[in-house]
Design a protein around this ligand. Structure first.
Ligand code: ZN
Length: 185
């Protein structure tokens, strides 16, 4: 059990770009440890999911919290080993952010409106599920990590990046990154 340091963009971009390998033995002790590390790390973070590559382990393993479209329905963390997309709906443009790219958000990334996927759970059991909305976006984003793809690569308009800034009245406002002094996307 350990909270791991996140692999960050842009300083560790080369590591985030590497391809993750499928897990050969879904019942190994090392996989169990990896899943626990992912859960412990995600616990300390504001995100909905984390891929093993984000803690420097190039295995196709992610821990997700589904139920993202409704605060009251957030599910407990779910480990997905070797997840594979079986079918997907048409793309919808929407929100994205990444624990490896802190404090930068967008509403400009096309991802499938629903996804049917298969994976192994943490005890090796088969998981077959169909998710929609933010949950579909989340699993699509995580599978991208396995393939070295970041949400920045999928922006329709590269200037559509925002960062939260505290205004004079203490309210947080989202400012376009390219409008900040000394910043450029
Ligand atoms: Zn990410």
């Amino acid at each position: 059990m350990a909270v791991k340091r996140l692999v960050l963009y842009p300083q560790h971009e080369a590591r985030l770009r590497r391809i993750s390998k499928p897990v050969a033995n879904p019942r190994s002790k090392s996989l169990r440890r990896l899943i626990q590390d992912l859960k412990d790390t995600l616990e300390t973070q504001p995100g909905a999911a984390i891929a093993a590559a984000q803690i420097g382990v190039l295995k196709r393993v992610t821990v997700v919290k589904f139920g993202q479209d409704d605060e009251d329905e957030e599910e407990p963390m779910l480990a997905l080993v070797n997840p594979q997309i079986l079918a997907a709906g048409t793309d919808e443009v929407g929100f994205d952010g990444c624990l490896s790219i802190p404090d930068i958000f967008t509403w400009d990334v096309p991802r499938p409106s629903w996804i049917q996927f298969r994976a192994q759970g943490e005890d090796g059991q088969e998981i077959l599920r169909r998710v929609r909305g933010m949950d579909a976006r989340v699993i699509h984003h995580e599978i991208d990590h396995f393939n070295g793809i970041l949400f920045l690569d999928r922006l329709q308009d590269p200037s559509e990046l925002y960062t939260p800034v505290s205004g004079d009245d203490g309210e947080t406002v989202m400012l376009r990154l390219s409008d900040l002094p000394g910043m450029s996307a």
